[in-house]
Design a protein around this ligand. Structure first.
Ligand code: ADP
Length: 488
């Protein structure tokens, strides 16, 4: 590793755009951030202004570059995934707002395709489920609903991209229209087994091929920006976090506990079909060698803690949840299933709603708070079980990050329930660090992803301490609470 070569990561997320300057050892040297507005023009619609995405990103980078002594060796980009943008190839002007991953406007379209029996074919090629979440139906919607868009697309005048691709176009002044294989694996237009845009899918969603960006490895020459700094790496946010957490071997899992929880397990170089309605996605491709991951999400993680704070007013600050939870010796058989927006994997019941069970006269707010924190572990155990079945690997360790890992009770309980260690990294900015690592490999700051991950360090390692019989009894209680909910 060459000393003193800094790396600039762009982390373009749903709620903010950030630029972070890292030392090669992963220390954060500078951070700039701008909040990004979400717009809700109709029920179920979620949009963002692409000009804001670009201007904020540029501003954050410029501020860092103005202050740093030497220019960074390279730039890496990580981004909110699936969000869809279409722009004019000549002017770079977007034809419509960015349609954000959360947007559900194409739900009926997806249901129609499901009724026609297309889901199996789509899953087999893309590893995804037929859902408005992914870019394909959002792109179709723009072409069919923005005046003149389809005609212009067919004439080759327009470009489509996810946020990475749009930023790259802007950063390179329109010189590069490319994306990386992890972002493209979320479009539902790309065959991740054959690693090519899929003609059958393009036809099904009625997408002209002239719109599409070129697909590159995660470590690549993506051009340059800001007077010649090479852009050397790019990956979607969850994949970047997997890399930032050094999960490069099959069976390694990272789990990010923020508002929701996203877990990815590295499943190696062979594509596998999910039997548990999880997503199969590209983890990364470097030097032409692809690695896959199985991905599962828990809709409500930290959001349950927010609800206890804001909805019930049980405390003022999320950090207080830990002292409350540990003020009682156990959950006193209180279980909190935080299905505010339904239950995801492995239950898939969008219709059910949250419940608190087992309340008695002795129950108090501490038990409810404890139950909410314990729920993070029960939900993870549900998910990891499904991931292990799909991936064919046992997870030896869970590498956790996100706001909730500040809660030591939660982390210890997670280790106990999983009956395996939980590691929290020293570099907490795992997503941005993953992008920096990719860029660093491209310019030789690191020899390889493996070399960069060798310097991964745990800040905390939580070993399982609870007796197996106790775990089983607690998990049995959770299962009973979920069963009661599902049978209602
Ligand atoms: P996001 O990136 O989704 O906005 P973060 O990773 O910043 O989320 O995590 C914020 C979430 O973590 C919030 O939902 C908050 O309630 C929760 N949280 C933060 N600190 C703690 C804590 N000490 N104990 C429990 N929950 C916490």
């Amino acid at each position: 590793m060459s000393e003193g070569q800094t790396l600039l990561a762009i982390d373009q997320g749903t709620t903010s755009s950030r630029a972070i300057l890292f030392s090669p050892g992963g220390d954060v040297l500078d951070v700039q951030q701008k909040e990004l507005a979400l717009h809700y023009p109709q029920k179920g619609w979620v949009e963002q202004n692409p000009d804001d995405i670009w201007n904020d990103t540029r501003e954050c980078c410029t501020k860092i570059l103005e202050q740093c002594a030497a220019l960074p060796a390279a730039i890496g980009i990580t981004n909110q995934r699936e969000t869809t943008i279409v722009w004019d190839r000549e002017t770079g002007v977007p034809v419509y707002n960015a349609i954000v991953w959360q947007d559900r406007r194409t739900a009926d379209y997806c249901d129609g395709l499901k009724e026609q029996g297309h889901e199996e074919m789509i899953s087999g090629k893309t590893g995804l489920l037929l859902d408005p979440y992914f870019s394909a139906t959002k792109l179709s919607w723009i072409l069919d609903n923005v005046e003149g868009a389809r005609v212009r697309a067919e004439a080759g005048e327009l470009a489509f991209g996810t946020v990475d691709s749009f930023l790259l176009w802007k950063l390179t002044d329109g010189a590069v229209h490319a994306t990386d294989i992890t972002n493209v694996s979320r479009t539902m237009l790309y065959n991740i087994r054959e690693q090519k845009w899929d003609e059958e899918l393009l036809e099904l969603f009625n997408i002209p091929a002239s719109l599409l960006p070129e697909v590159r490895d995660n470590v690549s020459d993506f051009g340059s920006a800001f007077d010649g700094i090479p852009i050397g790496g790019m990956a979607g946010d969850q994949q970047a976090a997997l890399i930032g957490q050094g999960c490069l071997k099959p069976g390694m899992v990272k789990s990010t506990y923020g508002t929701g929880c996203f877990a990815l397990m590295n499943i190696g170089e062979a594509f596998k079909k999910s039997e548990n309605r999880l997503l199969i996605t590209v983890a990364y491709r470097v030097g032409g060698q692809i690695t896959y991951a199985v991905e599962g999400s828990i809709f409500v993680a930290g959001a349950a803690i927010q609800w206890l704070r804001d909805g019930l007013g049980l405390f003022d600050d999320a950090a207080e949840s830990e002292a409350l939870a540990t003020s009682v010796p156990d959950n006193n058989e209180v279980y909190f299933v935080p299905a505010f927006t339904g239950l995801g994997a492995p239950y898939w019941r969008p219709d059910v709603r949250a419940t608190i069970t087992g309340m008695s006269r002795e129950s108090n707010k501490a038990h409810v708070v404890r139950a909410a924190l314990e729920a993070q572990a029960y939900q993870t155990l549900d998910l990891i079980g499904a991931m292990e079945k799909d991936g064919g690997y046992d997870a030896d360790v869970l590498r956790a990050d996100g706001g909730l890992v500040a809660n030591e009770f939660m982390c210890q309980f997670l280790a106990d329930m999983l009956q395996r260690p939980v590691e929290v990294p020293k570099v907490v900015e795992t997503t941005a660090w993953g992008a920096a690592v990719l860029a660093g490999v491209q310019v030789g700051v690191f020899e390889s992803l493996q070399a960069a991950s060798a310097q991964w360090l745990a800040e905390h390692r939580y070993e399982p301490k609870m007796a197996v019989s106790e775990c089983e009894a607690l998990y049995g209680g959770w299962k009973k609470a979920v069963d009661t909910l599902l049978s209602n």
